[in-house]
Design a protein around this ligand. Structure first.
Ligand code: GDP
Ligand code: GDP
Length: 436
C-alpha cells in the first residue's frame, strides 16, 4: 500500500520546486528506461528505498482574492482527504501570513501527520528568521532550501520514518480489485448502484472504511471481485469537484489500490483531456484498463459505424497503447453492465498471466530470428533468450549482445508480438533489453 505525501502551501512558497526535486532522482533511474513522461502534479519518489507518491496540490492557478481563499482550502482539503503525510510549506521571506494561519487551522483539525517546512532558508540569516514560525504553537519545524536541496534529507528521514504503519490486514487480499474512475457525472455512482442492485450478497469492509477507502465484495455469476471506492468519491457533496485537477487527484488512491480501472466516459461528451489524465494515471501505475462508454441510451444512432467512430476517436487520442477493450453501456438501463464486469475480470486475468520461460522462448526467438532489429554501424543485435519478471503486471526482459542498439520502434514491435501471441488486452506491458 502506497504512502502519499502531499505538499500544501500558498502560491510561490516553493512547492513545485520541491516536487520536482523529489521526482528528479527517481525519474533519472526509472523513467529513462520506460520512457514514461511525468505528470506535472503527481509522481513517484523514494527515500532510502521506501517508495511513496507525491502530490503537488498547487495544481490550480488562481488570480482573484476571493477565489484564492476558496482554492487554497480546496487544496488543503484534498491533501487531508488523500494523503498519508502532509508537508505544509511556508516561505521565510514573507514570514507568517493570515492565510498560513488559516491553512494551519485546517491541517491541525485533521489527524494526519503534518510536516511544517520553512522554505527559502538559503543561509544562516534565514535560519534565525525561521524561529518566527514558532508562533504557530508548534514544537518542531523543518527548514530547507528547495532550490538547492539543503534540508530535504532531514525532512524525508522524518516523513519516511513516521509513515503510518502498514499493519492493516486487507480482508480481501488476493481478490481482483476494480475501481470505476471518470469525470464527475459520467455515471460512476449509477453503475456502482446498478451492480449493488443485481447483487445482494455484498460485504463492505468496515476496517477499510476507516482507512478512507471503501471496498465492497461482489460475488456474481462465478466472479468474485472487490469494488474499490475512495471516501473522496463518495463524499462528493463536501467539495464540489468542478475542477479537472481535483477529480483526477481524487482518483489517485483508488487507482493505486486496484488491479483494474474501469475508465468511464460520457457518450454525449466524448473523450476529453480529463479522461486522458485518468488514463495516464492508470497506465503509469501499470493497471489493467477497460474503457466504458456510458449513457449509450442517449445516443440515437447506434449503428456499427457510430461505435466504430467512437472507438477510433478514443484510440487516436490515447497514444500507443491501444490494445484496450472499449464497451458501450448504459448504467441507467443496466444494459451490458455485466459485460463490463466480465471484461474487467478478463483484463485482470491478463494482467496476472505468467508465461513460462520455455514457451516464451519457443514463440519469441523465431520471431526475432525472422525480424531482427536493424543493424547499427554494421553491428547486428542478437537476442538470445527472454524471461517474464515475477512482477504484478507483465514485464519482460530480452537478453541480447547489444541492448543499446535496440531502439523504441523495435521495443514496440516486441511488445506487439507479445500481445499477438499471448493476449494481454487491457494491460500495459514493459519490455526491457539487457546485456547478456
Ligand atoms: P509554488 O507556487 O509553491 O509551487 O512555488 P515554486 O516552486 O513555483 O517557487 C516559486 C518561486 O520561489 C520560484 O521563483 C522559485 O525559484 C523560488 N524558490 C523556490 N524554492 C526556493 C528556495 O529554496 N530559495 C529561494 N531563494 N527561492 C526559491
Ligand atoms: P458520477 O458523478 O460519475 O457518480 O455520476 P452519477 O452516477 O451521479 O450520474 C450523473 C447523472 O447521469 C445522473 O443524473 C444519472 O442519472 C445520469 N446517468 C448515469 N448513467 C446514465 C446512463 O447510462 N444513461 C443516462 N441517460 N443517464 C445516466
Amino acid at each position: 500500500m502506497s504512502n502519499i505525501v502531499a505538499i500544501v502551501g500558498r502560491p510561490n512558497v516553493g512547492k513545485s520546486t520541491l516536487f520536482n526535486r523529489l521526482l528528479e532522482r527517481r525519474e533519472a533511474i526509472v523513467d529513462a528506461t520506460s520512457g514514461v513522461t511525468r505528470d506535472r502534479h503527481y509522481g513517484k519518489s523514494d527515500w532510502n528505498g521506501v517508495e511513496f507518491t507525491v502530490i503537488d496540490t498547487g495544481g490550480y492557478e488562481v488570480n482573484t482574492e476571493d477565489v484564492f481563499q476558496e482554492e487554497i482550502s480546496k487544496q488543503v482539503q484534498l491533501a487531508i482527504d488523500e494523503a498519508t503525510s502532509i508537508i505544509f510549506m511556508l516561505n521565510v521571506d514573507e514570514g507568517l501570513t493570515d492565510t498560513d494561519q488559516e491553512i494551519f487551522e485546517m491541517l491541525r483539525r485533521s489527524n494526519k501527520p503534518i510536516y511544517i517546512t520553512i522554505n527559502k532558508v538559503d543561509s544562516a540569516k534565514e535560519e534565525l528568521a525561521a524561529t518566527e514560525f514558532y508562533q504557530l504553537g508548534i514544537d518542531r519545524y523543518f527548514t530547507m532550501s528547495s532550490a538547492s536541496g539543503s534540508g530535504t534529507g532531514e525532512l524525508l528521514d522524518a516523513i519516511v520514518k513516521e509513515f503510518p504503519t502498514t499493519d492493516y490486514k486487507d480482508p480481501f487480499e488476493g481478490l481482483p480489485k476494480i475501481t470505476i474512475a471518470g469525470r464527475p457525472n459520467v455515471g460512476k455512482s449509477t453503475l456502482t448502484n446498478a451492480l449493488l442492485d443485481v447483487e445482494r450478497n455484498i460485504v463492505t469492509d468496515i476496517a477499510g472504511t476507516t482507512r478512507d477507502s471503501i471496498q465492497t465484495l461482489y460475488n456474481k455469476f462465478g466472479y468474485e471481485f472487490v469494488l474499490v471506492d475512495t471516501a473522496g468519491m463518495r463524499r462528493k457533496a463536501k467539495v464540489k469537484e468542478d475542477l479537472e485537477f481535483y477529480s483526477v487527484m481524487r482518483s489517485v488512491r483508488s487507482i493505486e489500490y486496484s488491479d483494474v480501472v474501469i475508465i468511464m466516459v460520457d457518450a454525449t461528451l466524448g473523450w476529453e483531456s480529463q479522461d486522458m489524465n485518468i488514463f495516464g494515471l492508470a497506465q503509469k501505475n501499470r493497471k489493467g484498463i477497460v474503457i466504458v462508454v456510458n449513457k449509450w441510451d442517449l445516443v440515437e444512432d447506434k449503428s456499427t459505424n457510430t461505435t466504430r467512430d467512437f472507438e477510433n476517436q478514443i484510440k487516436e487520442r490515447i497514444g500507443q497503447f491501444t490494445d484496450i477493450p472499449i464497451l458501450f453501456v448504459s448504467a441507467l438501463t443496466k444494459q451490458r453492465i455485466l459485460k463490463a464486469v466480465e471484461m474487467a475480470m478478463e483484463v485482470y486475468e491478463n494482467r496476472a498471466k505468467k508465461i513460462k520461460t520455455s514457451k516464451l522462448n519457443e514463440v519469441m526467438l523465431p520471431v526475432f530470428e525472422h525480424t531482427p532489429p536493424p543493424a547499427t554501424k554494421g553491428k547486428f543485435v542478437k537476442i538470445k533468450y527472454c524471461v517474464q519478471l515475477p512482477t504484478p503486471s507483465p514485464q519482460f526482459v530480452f537478453f541480447c549482445n547489444l541492448p543499446q542498439y535496440v531502439k523504441e520502434p523495435y521495443k514496440r514491435f516486441a511488445e506487439n508480438q507479445l500481445r499477438k501471441h499471448f493476449g494481454f488486452t487491457g494491460v500495459p506491458i514493459e519490455v526491457y533489453f539487457r546485456q547478456k
